[in-house]
Design a protein around this ligand. Sequence first.
Ligand code: IVH
Length: 675
Amino acid sequence: MEIPFEDLSIKQNIEALTKELHHHNYLYYVESTPEISDYDFDQKLKELQQLENQYPQYADPNSPTKRVGGDITKKFQVVTHEYPMLSLSNTYSKEEIIDWENRIKKLIDGNPEYVCELKYDGVAIGIKYRNGEFYQAVTRGDGTKGEDISTNVRTIKSIPLILRGDFPEKFEIRGEIFYPLEAFTQLNKQREEAGEELFANPRNTASGTLKMQDSAVVASRGLDCFLYGVYGEKLPFTNHFESVQKAGDWGLKIPKTQNRYIQKCQSIDEIMDFINHWDTERHKLPFEIDGVVIKVNNYHQQEELGFTAKSPRWAIAYKFKAETVSTILESVSYQVGRTGAITPVANLKPVQLAGTTVKRASLHNADQIAKLDLRVVDEVFVEKGGEIIPKVVGVNFEKRAQNASEFQYITHCPECNTELIRKEGEALHYCPNQASCPPQVKGKMIHFISRKAMDIEGLGEETIEQLYAEGLIKTIPDLYELTQEQLLPLERMAQKSVDNLLAGLEASKQVPFERVLFALGIRFVGETVAKKLARELKNIEAIKNASFEQLVAVDEIGEKIAESVVDYFQNQENAALVAKLQAHGLQFEIEEKEGGGSEILKGKSIVISGVFEQHSRNEYKEMIETHGGKNVGSLSAKTDYLLAGENMGPSKKQKAEKLNIPIISESEFLAMLQS
Ligand code: IVH
């Protein structure tokens, strides 16, 4: 590509910023030693994004801006592994580890050296690099063929898009992608706030996340990885340990010897010491492991030992047993959530489990209790496995007392005494008294003011509790009727806090409609769904009057959400609440952007491909949506147009021609919008 002279400095600028941001990413996510503030990083990233938007011809598919995602994959392509992705033989017994080590010693000459590693409980991945650039990431699949999930893996910030140092031209690195525990707890907290069902464990959630179509969602989830195996032709090392260290030099995230995530061992005693160390210490890790892996270090020796049909003879996994203890179930209590969902909780006689004292355990729902055949008082088994909250897994029937009475699930709300309901096909009981059941009312208010909803300055959870206890707020609209005279006499309410609070409430009247809609706390209407509904239906009247059929016709709105929206507005109290908020001047219709949308592309499916001159891909995507169209990931008979830029792949072009899909250039597309 010939570069005009005046563009040279722009191209250099883009390259310099790209390099700098890759470096800071590495320091932050791989080394955990950042050198600049998050703010400065974001500013630089924004600057790069703007330059790329303006000069897309110089944008790199591995640019640090790709970390935020946005590309959609409708169907992941199946890819054959260059090296089959095998599994490991597993054992739960230390004797078998000893037997394995004895066998190894008999099969090869000399005293072999071993490498002990953690067995990460995540999703296996193979990532290919070409000339130091991220090329492709493929799942394990059936071991022979996996799925290309590159667009999603590109958003994981600890996986470098550009390597450093002296890397081989072509190689593959394998490892495990996992959900860090803190991020997982955070995710479930958000889901609880949106009234959505919680994810059961980090491993399955990591796996589900990696298969999502929208890479922007993947980017928001905070997945992480550890890489543990290098594959390729003529690689410059003779043993496994060295290969991992070298991969670290190339900027890849590898387990470190300093914290004993990886260790060379010379004897069975050293191996056992590693196993015993992690059997107790694993609970302190910020991610989950389910065992340790022991590998013969030397590549020649590995070759000598070879493979069985499914796994290498040179490696073995020792799996930890989920820790179980038995204790007394003293009682069951019930929590009422913001949406009225009832969660039963087991109150246990305190017991030590996996390094902490456990007093409570989750029981999930009535079916689970029935399945376990629980009684109070029973002796129960409690386990801490893949989940963070311990759970009751069984009853010690031998110790059941004669007089232990059969379990009765509650029929009325423990907080407001309203009769509970349970919808067909749902696991949870609900308290239907949305309008005046205290935890529901308070929970809804706390959700309403939260950061992602109305984000009201000067008003936090504690103040809500206080105002509710004082009887000053009974429903959300009451917030907007608070006066200085009511607030000043309260404890911890000086003039300044009162001014702040009232100003915060006033300012919240400008919060855009989609956030107001999310703030209402309609079950299953999380942030994304609220945005979708607001954009499609434009104002609260339309949403309120929409039928179930109209709602499910909206892209991405399923039956469960539609039913919940209809139910919400059919409830007179909710309708009255919304009317009051409208009267207080909150935003209840979408603000159309300047130069705004149209319906020109209504019902049209458009695929974007190639590199563009005038706008970025993301901008074209937005334009399609603001003009009523839909940007889809791959061509099919239902596609209406292929918006093609430079360097579009020949197979895409052929496919479009075969399917008779009009191929339009960016100027043709822009002209179409003008018409
Ligand atoms: S080595 C040929 N090392 O466990 C053997 N695997 O049961 C290649 N895993 O599919 C695997 N941590 O997903 C290896 N340090 C580690 C591992 C590890 C987790 C997973 C991996 C593999 C499965 C085998």
